[in-house]
Design a binder for this molecule. Structure first.
Ligand code: ARG
Length: 587
């Protein structure tokens, strides 16, 4: 990679081979020689190298020169010329041209492209230990759509990080502790503790709550149950364990259906930190961070001053001695830092928890629960909305059961493939329906910018048109059918080919930027960058295939096009796999 800086600001960055997605620039990796070359230019500092909006002029374009020249009050074309002079792109680019008022258009060299078009995932040069905190449903109730987003997005990031050689520690921080369990256990006790009664957790919760609100004696016993549980009473713990096991098995069923990589060994719920909580309070006290306010133990940090001049507290212990969500999260940070030796912790929750994480990260730093070796990153996401633009609910206004949502996805996809292939037997149709239906639900979520709300729409997500998972799966089967038709033995194809004609080159450029895209996905926790990449790849393949016949071409042309087709198929399959989505051989 290389970089040009001016006034400490990066104006031109180029990582590994090329920048990835049009809407973001890359973090640089700079060697000393390159740094020295740029220093002599007097330019220090992000360049906006992005895929070109005018591919006929170049594969990539860099726009940073103009802003830099403006700041230096110099002629942008002159600065551009100097940048080109020190920009040693031998072996990478065939041409770098200045266009308009100082854009740089970069065309990649054919040899370079051939060298990187392997379609494989490059190992990170600096592998890390990364905790990924995701899914984390509350076990008192059924998993809902908010946990669906966390589960799907988190699992994609986990897959990408692992594929790059990072050590990923999945932490399913389930809500398995707290006062509501007193009520649930007491109700379980009263109704008979068989698994049937917990088959519909949502109904069970509602019934328990009704009893709690109406029956004073029940309330009394529920409160006592909490005390017993906290005190480690064997019977209370037994009941609790039974409840958690049943509830967790519901979640595991969803994970399995979704082909999510979470399993019971990743559970490290709130209850796991229970014994550490008094020590957390103690340490906060020792550091002089604890203040009593209205009977509660709080931490006030200067940086959380509101506009009115009041400081927002982080409450860590209630008046009755009970601990809070924040206290548990502080204990979890200390554990991840000191015991797991994580260098990075990624939290996938909805955006409404943004302040919570800001606060606990700050408190953890101040108290020394997190030292400088660890990076704490909240990866917030928006809400899933219904067609009416309101939070996604059933028509009756109740939470949508995930199991039912997935049933419908599979049913719709099965119907779709059956209508396209009337000869399919039911078993095959159901198998395809599973891969396509689940893929559609996941992709609809992953392809949207994580931070925004999105509208859940069945028609759109199960369509073969547009940026959808069926479109990509179909693109894959189309390439597979070319190989089948030509009876191609893929193992006899060379690994690399030199793209010659423009549609070939455009496809090769896209294949070559796979790893840059993955770097951006991993560092920003943004799966939509990979979706956008795969969609563009499939689109470029279509243009290539329309312009460049494969099977009917003369031997050497045919071979290099087959190689490009294979690399496209491999990249599509690997990319979909990183999204946690399968491919099928026919659709
Ligand atoms: N159980 C929480 C919820 O449903 C999410 C937990 C996220 N992880 C964490 N370490 N706080 O909102």
């Amino acid at each position: 990679g290389f970089i040009v800086r001016e006034n400490g600001e990066e104006i031109f960055v180029h990582q590994r081979s090329i920048a990835s997605d049009g809407d973001r620039n890359q973090r640089p990796v700079l060697n000393d020689g390159q740094q020295a070359a740029f220093n002599t230019l007097g330019l220090v500092g992000p360049a906006l190298v992005q895929t070109s909006s005018r591919p006929e002029l170049g594969d990539y374009q860099a726009n940073g020169v103009m802003a830099a020249a403006k700041r230096a009050q110099r002629n942008p074309r002159e600065v551009a010329a100097e940048v080109i002079e020190v920009l040693d792109l031998k072996g990478i680019a065939s041409t770098v041209d200045i266009a308009g008022p100082g854009f740089l258009n970069i065309t990649l060299a054919a040899d370079f492209l051939a060298g990187v078009t392997a379609g494989e995932i490059t190992a990170s040069p600096a592998p890390q230990r990364v905790v990924v905190d995701y899914s984390a449903p509350n076990l008192a109730k059924e998993m809902h759509v908010g946990h669906l987003r966390s589960t799907i997005i988190g699992d994609c990031i986990v897959r990408v990080l692992e594929a790059q050689g990072h050590t990923v520690l999945r932490q399913n921080h389930v809500g398995d502790w707290g006062t509501q369990f007193g009520m649930l256990l007491t109700y379980l006790q009263d109704t008979g503790a068989n698994s049937d009664s917990l088959a519909y957790l949502e109904d069970f919760y509602r019934a328990a709550k009704t009893r709690f609100d109406e029956d004073e004696d029940f309330q009394q016993r529920a409160r006592q149950a909490v005390v017993d549980l906290q005190a480690g009473d064997a019977h209370a713990l037994d009941m609790w364990q039974h409840f958690i096991t049943v509830s967790m098995s519901h979640c595991q069923e969803i994970y399995d259906r979704l082909d999510v990589t979470l399993n019971p060994t990743h559970i490290q719920g709130e209850s796991a930190y229970n014994d550490a909580l008094p020590g957390i309070i103690q340490q906060l006290n020792d550091k002089g961070l604890l203040t009593q306010s209205e009977g509660a133990q709080c931490v006030f940090l200067e940086e959380f001053k509101t506009k009115k001049g009041e400081t927002l507290p982080v409450i860590v212990q209630k008046t009755d001695g009970g601990y809070l969500y924040a206290t548990t999260d502080l204990a979890a940070i200390a554990y991840r830092n000191k015991e797991l030796n994580a260098e990075r912790v990624l939290y996938f929750t909805d955006a409404r928890q943004a302040l919570h994480f800001k606060q606990i990260f700050a408190v953890a730093r101040a108290a020394g629960f997190a030292d400088s070796s660890i990076s704490l990153e909240h990866m917030p996401f928006g809400a899933m909305l219904g067609d009416d633009g309101k939070p996604f609910k059933t028509r009756a206004g109740t939470v949508v059961k995930l199991a039912e949502l997935l049933d419908e996805a599979e049913l719709r996809a099965t119907r779709l493939v059956s209508s396209k292939n009337p000869d399919l037997d039911d078993k095959t149709a159901a198998e395809l329906g599973h891969v396509i239906g689940i893929g559609a639900v996941k992709y609809a979520d992953l392809s949207k910018n994580r931070t925004s709300d999105y509208v859940f729409n069945w028609e759109q997500m199960i369509s073969f048109e547009g940026n959808t998972s069926p479109y990509l799966q179909y693109a894959y089967t189309r390439i597979a059918s070319i190989f089948a038709k030509g009876q191609i033995d893929l193992s006899t194809l060379p690994m690399q080919a030199i793209a010659v004609e423009e549609p070939e080159r455009r496809l090769a450029v896209m294949i070559a930027s796979f790893n840059d895209t993955l770097d951006a996905v991993a560092s920003e926790g943004m799966p939509h960058l990979l979706c956008g990449y795969l969609y563009e790849l499939a689109t470029r393949f279509t243009s290539f295939y329309e312009a460049c016949p494969i099977l009917t071409s003369s031997a050497d042309v045919r071979e290099r096009r087959l190689v490009l087709a294979k690399q496209t198929a491999d990249t599509l399959r690997n990319g979909l796999d990183l999204l946690g989505i399968g491919v099928v051989e026919q659709m």
